[in-house]
Design a protein around this ligand. Structure first.
Ligand SMILES: O=C(O)CCC(=O)C(=O)O
Length: 297
């Protein structure tokens, strides 16, 4: 039983971090987005402090999408140790598993970047990326609200056709205190808002994608082995020093993570047991789903 059941649902789909993961997953899949309020306040504060000097040096965007009063910053994991923990936050990874593992046996970090809207930043054209190949998140490093350009999302739009355009009243802005995270689906219509306030709005976008897709940010160049060796094994595997699926991404026929395991002298491993188990269950799931639709006999 969660505390939310006692009160009317938040129009912003704001939930507290104690909500059971299954309820969070259901809200995310149903509405196409979810905001977990103050999930990691201290980590977000430390990340913000680490990144402030880098944001000061970052350039503004040069077109309507990138925003002429918006600064973006990549290669975050070498700039902030605290950010590394946000990438592997267990609640967010649980949502990524729930959302992405219907279509792949593994998932990965697709992108990590700051999106910093200064006063006067204009709203982005809304994007509709289509089917769920991605689970983007936006961590509030500062408070987000409608006035300062809180991310726009269109509830339920992950189920819309490409042709349908949202009416203004169908769009909500993520309003959330620093340390909260907005999680949405790749197919949910979204975009940065207009910053009409006199404050900066700083968010960190961490996106996860199907393990067999090309990553948007080239993680191996952004975080080459000499940088990644400082990361945890979980983080290294998540950024791509791992199999993307069975037999996908090997190096010399072996697990790419061997690069960080000089002591390993066993046989080359062409997949991981976890990925093989996921593949087996996925195949079973797909055959069952097709049989239910009368397509396999
Ligand atoms: O800044 C935001 O709130 C969202 C930005 C975004 O969706 C993007 O640049 O792809």
């Amino acid at each position: 039983m969660n505390t939310l059941n006692a009160t009317p649902p938040s129009p912003l789909n704001l939930v507290n971090p104690d909500l059971p993961l299954t309820d969070m997953r259901d809200q995310l899949l149903d509405q196409g987005y979810l905001i977990i309020e103050e999930l990691a306040v201290d980590l977000a504060r430390r990340t913000h402090t680490d990144l402030i000097p880098h944001i000061a040096d970052a350039p503004f965007g040069h077109d309507e999408f990138l925003g002429e009063r918006t600064k973006r910053l990549g290669g975050i994991l070498k700039k902030s140790i605290a950010a590394r923990e946000l990438v592997t936050h267990p609640v967010v990874l649980a949502m990524a598993e729930a959302v992405l593992l219907d279509y792949a046996t593994n998932y990965q970090l697709n992108f990590s970047g700051v999106m910093h809207l200064e006063p006067g930043a204009q709203a982005q054209p809304l994007s509709h990326l289509g089917i769920t190949t991605l689970m983007p998140t936006m961590w509030a490093l500062s408070d987000f609200d409608t006035a300062n350009g809180g991310t726009q999302v269109v509830p339920g739009s992950h189920l819309w056709t490409d042709e349908r355009r949202p009416l203004p009243e169908e769009t909500v802005h993520a309003e959330m205190p620093a340390g909260s995270v907005l999680i949405y689906l790749g197919g949910t219509i979204h975009g940065g808002g207009t910053n009409d306030s006199d404050q900066n709005r700083t968010g960190m976008a961490l996106q996860y994608s199907l393990g067999w897709l090309r990553q948007e940010e080239n993680q191996y160049l952004a975080h080459p082995p000499e940088v990644a060796q400082e990361f945890s094994e979980e983080l290294r595997r998540l950024i791509g020093y791992n199999y993307g699926g069975s037999y996908l991404g090997f190096v010399n026929g072996d697990d790419p993570h061997r690069l960080f395991e000089p002591e390993y002298d066993g046989p080359a491993m062409r997949s991981t047991p976890k990925i093989d188990a996921a593949k087996a269950s996925l195949t079973k799931y797909k055959v069952t789903a097709l049989r239910d639709k009368g397509k396999v006999f």
